[in-house]
Every structure is written in C-alpha cells, then in structure tokens.
Design a protein around this ligand. Structure first.
Ligand SMILES: *[C@@H]1O[C@H](CO)[C@@H](O)[C@H](O)[C@H]1NC(C)=O
Ligand SMILES: *[C@@H]1O[C@H](CO)[C@@H](O)[C@H](O)[C@H]1NC(C)=O
Length: 387
C-alpha cells in the first residue's frame, strides 16, 4: 500500500492541494537536502581556495556614504615579499615599508641563502603567489633585489642603492594604508626595450589590484620611476590636491639593474647591464686609487733622491774670499786645501791658485793660528779622512 501525502501550495491567493505518494516526496526532499549540502561544500572549498582571508576592508566611513557593493575582483596579483638571511636592519626596514605599501603582498619567513634560487618558484606556488620580490643581502652592506614573474618569467636582478626608509626620512606626506597608487614612469621607459619590459614588470608588481579585499578603493599617492644615470629612481608621493601638488612620503631607493632573465630566477640572460660595476669591485678600485696615491709619492721621492746631483756647481772658493770674517775664511781654505792635498788631487789648477793667493796675504796670521790649534786640526783631518 502507498501512503499519500497532501502537499499544499499557495498560488496567488488560493490554495492548491495535491496528493502525492509519500515515498516520492520523501525521496525528493532527501535529494534536495543532498544537493544543497554538496553546493554548500563546494562553495566553501572555493572560498578557501580563492582567498583564505577574504575579509571586508576595514574602513572608516561616515554613515551617509552608501555601503560598498561587492564588485568583482579580477586582477589576482599576489606578490611574495621576503628576504634571504644576511640582510641588515636598514634593508629589513625598507622591505617592511614596501610591504606596508602593498596590500596585495604575502609575507614569508627569511630564506636560507642558496645558490639555486629556483626554490623560490616552489615557495611562491605553495603560497599561491604569481609575483615575487626577493631581497638578497651581501656582507651585511650591499642589497640586491629580484623582481620576478613566477613560473613564466621574466625576472630581473637589481642592486639597490641610496636607501632611505620611511622612518629615516620623516617626510610630511602621508597616505591611507591600503590605498592604491598611481604609477608614473619616466618617458625613457618607452625608448628602450629592456626598460619597456621592466616597466611592465614593475607595473604588475607594484600596482595594487582593483577591488583587492585589503585595499582601499581610491588613489591618494603616486610612485614615480625615473631613469637617470642608467638607474631607476623610486619615489613615493602623496597627492595633496587635484591640480598635482605632491608631498613626499618615502621610502626612497635607486635600482641599478644588473641582469634580466627570461625565466623566473634563472634562464637565459635577456639583457646585461654594461655600466654595472659590482660594489665590491667599486670599493676595490677606490682603495687601489688611494694606495696608488701613496705609491706615487714614494716613487717620486726615490727618483728625486736617485737623480739628485751630488755637487752643484764647481764653485771657486776664492770667489768669496773677502766675504765675512777674513780669518775664518782663511782657515777654511787652508783646511780644504789640506784635504785636497791628502786626496788624489783632481783640481790642481784651483789649488795652485789658492796657494798663490794665500802666501802673500795671510800667511803670517794663519801660521800663528796653526801652531795653536795643531792638535785639533790633526784630529779633524783624521775624521775627515775616515769619512
Ligand atoms: C607574467 O606571466 C604571465 C603569464 O603567466 C603573463 O601574462 C604576464 O604578462 C607576465 N608578466 C610580465 C611582466 O611579463
Ligand atoms: C779648519 O781646521 C781647524 C783645525 O785644523 C779647525 O779648528 C777649523 O774649524 C777648520 N775650519 C773649518 C771651516 O772647517
């Protein structure tokens, strides 16, 4: 026997009563129950997959503003921002500043330094990120940064120079956390192919996706990327007024491109910076220059000493015979002549002249003195001989 059940519908303002077999209805109910359960499950799973923390943006809004409608969030850029071990505190502060500016970033613990950076691709895939910024410190003083488009490539490696973090700058500008930036590129970016590629990469990394759940739906600051001296200079400004008044927020840094690869963290080199000098080499050159300065000085001194003439002019001692104290002069001349006597005599002519002059003028006085100071004289002579 089949039991019938009465199902009551309300159509318009009248009731319709239909009698149906009971087990048909019960099976129908069970079917609906299972379907809804399945659908719920799938929805949950989707939610988990799509965005773990798809929270509504916390916003301070006045009550008269209309509630934000949930709009479709299409651009799903997620940037993994992290560093290898060995970056110093300033570099870490710069990284934190960038994270603050990028609501679409994902944090990650510091990575052990390894030769093969391809591991990063796996980390990013696990973290569900399609872009990566990896800071790499060297010797606690140099900072390199990788910008990469995960799995498909390209990736670029930069040396980061002239770093000023937000904390250091203490600029007057300010912006809301999570608000979106305008990206402003120098027109030089369009003139060369590699700059064009970098522009695309930077746009995809730094641009905050529209309707990202952690972002604010308005623009209140602008990043400028300008090229000077073969480097990319980054600045971040607050937009004060609509006519373009700006106030700098910070941070500041300069990206000196090293290489661009076609893969992410590896692959063929697409472009190589010929102007790039590694900081270690630069420092080496500086110290060499300083050392060269010293070596030059020493060399000059040695050359001077080597080429220095032993005696200047052959002076005729008689020329100055009447200058100064006569007695002393006479003594000197005699001493000299005696030395010359003892030596192998080269200047015979000079000596004979001296003798000729000496005899008539000063002999008597000299003789007296001679007798008095004979002992001293002999000693002095001996000394001079020794020399
Ligand atoms: C990154 O890869 C995706 C494909 O996975 C591509 O659509 C996008 O243009 C790439 N980005 C850059 C900067 O080349
Ligand atoms: C010449 O020799 C005498 C000693 O013989 C000495 O006293 C005197 O200082 C010497 N004169 C000079 C200028 O060297």
């Amino acid at each position: 026997m089949h039991q019938n059940a009465r199902v009551v519908f309300r159509v318009a303002s009248s009731f319709v009563i239909i009698e149906l077999p009971f087990d048909l209805i019960s099976s129908f109910i069970i079917f609906i129950f299972i379907m809804t359960k399945k659908m719920l499950k799938r929805k949950q799973r989707e939610n988990v997959e799509e965005e773990e923390k798809e929270e509504k943006p916390k916003m301070k809004r006045t009550s008269d503003e209309p509630a934000v409608k949930k709009v479709k969030w299409i651009n799903r850029q997620r940037v993994l921002v992290f560093a290898t071990r060995g970056i110093n505190h300033r570099h870490r502060h710069l990284m934190e500043d960038l994270k603050m500016l990028m609501p679409h970033h994902r944090p990650e613990c510091k990575m052990e330094r390894s030769k093969n950076l391809r591991v990063v691709n796996e980390i990013c895939e696990m973290k569900n990120c399609n872009k990566a910024i990896l800071f790499e410190g060297r010797k606690k003083r140099d900072l390199y940064v990788w910008f990469a488009n995960i799995s498909a490539g390209p990736s670029a490696k930069f040396l980061v120079e002239n770093i000023y973090t937000m904390g250091e700058l203490k600029m007057t500008g300010n912006c809301l956390k999570g608000s979106r930036p305008l990206l402003s590129f120098d027109e030089t970016f369009t003139t060369q192919v590699h700059y064009n590629l970098l522009k695309e990469l930077l746009t995809q990394i730094f641009g905050v996706p529209n309707h990202h759940p952690k972002s604010q739906p308005f623009f209140d600051h602008v990043y400028t990327f300008s090229i000077l001296d073969n480097r990319i200079w980054f600045r971040n400004y607050q937009i004060l007024t609509e006519d373009g008044a700006l106030a700098e927020i910070g941070p500041r840094f300069v990206l000196n491109p090293v290489k661009i690869f076609d893969g992410s963290f590896g692959g063929n080199t697409l472009w190589d910076n010929t102007h790039y000098i590694s900081p270690a080499k630069y420092r080496q050159a500086l110290t060499k220059k300083a050392a060269n300065k010293y070596i030059n000085r020493v060399e000059q001194k040695m050359v001077r000493q080597a080429t220095k003439p032993e005696s200047s002019y052959m002076l005729n001692p008689i020329d100055e015979i009447f200058k100064g104290d006569l007695m002393e002069k006479a003594m000197e001349i005699e001493n000299k002549s005696e030395i010359l006597d003892n030596r192998e005599n080269v200047e015979k002519s000079v000596k004979s002249k001296v003798k000729k002059i000496r005899k008539p003028v000063i002999t008597k006085k000299v003789k007296k003195l001679k007798s008095v100071k004979k002992s001293v004289k002999s000693k002095a002579l001996k000394k001079k001989k020794a020399k």
